[in-house]
Design a protein around this ligand. Structure first.
Ligand code: 5GP
Ligand code: ZN
Length: 298
């Protein structure tokens, strides 16, 4: 039986009738909570501010992230009914006839968060220059990416935990690089085989190919890959990103001495890490190696 079907049969994932959307059971959530706590513990070294976000962000902030320039195919915006009573009567008729009823849906002031760090830069920039030593933000949100797929490792809505570093060029890249080591140590502690490799994001279109090769050539994005599922395909479960001064420029972020701030982030895919554990150790955490259970407080 496929990994997906085994997850569904065991109840870990509950398919919600469209590709890439699932409910999770209590066992899945216990593992996810253990991962969240372990990530908190591993990040406890730096002075860190915690921020938990809803799955939506303001359309104005979203427009400024550059996401529609780079990944328009993945973005999701919230649309709502804004018609009058006549339009509503038509909508109800269309629903009753199982016709398309979405013509009167209009863009609202909310976009779905594509990566949990995106709302952070504007929030921090609005406070003025960074404090001496810069800042570290521990952020999490449910994220959306329109990539319908039956692969449980590619969900349309998933939790992304991130640490975001804002400061000097050395602080940003130093933090990113430290997490490449910590991320691998975390995988080892969880009994997961992993490898770090240079990644490239799926930038849109022909211009995107140039962006992707720049990202690759400068090793701006690294990923922690873990073999998961039927074919033990490498799944990207963490990413380690150097943005240099791009967000600093677009949000007017400054260091304490007035220079344009550099930023970096490390992202943890909570669903992917949880699935990697089920793939590696089995669908019942009661059977997992005791040190792995202990690391996750299971
Ligand atoms: P990135 O911003 O680097 O693309 O994503 C950060 C992390 O979020 C990835 O390393 C991965 O763990 C998780 N992630 C990215 N895309 C998906 C997806 O389609 N489904 C799930 N479940 N997790 C994802
Ligand atoms: Zn990020």
């Amino acid at each position: 039986m496929s990994f997906r079907n085994r997850l569904i049969e065991a109840g870990r994932l509950v398919p919600l009738g469209t590709p890439g959307l699932y409910g999770r059971d209590g066992t899945f959530e216990a593992v996810a909570a253990g991962l969240e706590a372990l990530i908190t513990q591993l990040g406890a070294g730096e002075r860190t501010e915690t921020l938990r976000l809803p799955p939506g962000m303001s359309m104005a902030a979203f427009a400024r992230t550059g996401y529609m320039r780079n990944f328009p195919q993945l973005a999701g915006t919230v649309h709502c009914f804004c018609g009058d009573e006549r339009a509503h009567r038509q909508l109800v008729r269309q629903l009753e006839c199982s016709e398309d009823w979405t013509a009167e849906q209009r863009a609202s002031e909310v976009a779905l968060v594509p990566a949990s760090c995106y709302p952070v830069y504007g929030l921090v920039a609005a406070r003025g220059p960074l404090p001496e030593g810069g800042a570290v933000v521990d952020v999490a949100a449910w994220c959306f990416r329109h990539e319908p797929s039956d692969d449980p490792m590619r969900q349309q809505m998933f939790r992304m935990r991130e640490y975001v570093r804002l400061g000097t060029p050395d602080q940003a890249i130093g933090y990113r690089n430290a997490w490449v080591e910590r991320g691998q140590a975390m995988a080892r502690r969880l009994g997961l085989n992993s490898a770090v490799d240079i990644a490239n994001d799926p930038f849109f279109g022909r211009a995107g190919r140039v962006l992707a090769s720049g990202q690759r050539d400068q090793a701006l994005k690294l990923e922690l890959l873990i073999p998961v599922g039927d074919d033990q395909e490498q799944g990207a479960c963490m990413s380690f990103n150097a943005h240099r001064d791009s967000f600093g420029h677009s949000w007017g972020l400054r260091t304490a001495d007035g220079a344009v701030a550099h930023t970096a982030c490390v992202g943890f895919g909570i669903e992917r890490l949880t699935l990697a554990l089920f793939s590696q150790h089995g669908l019942d955490p009661a059977d997992w190696p005791p040190p792995v259970r202990a690391a996750l407080h299971l």
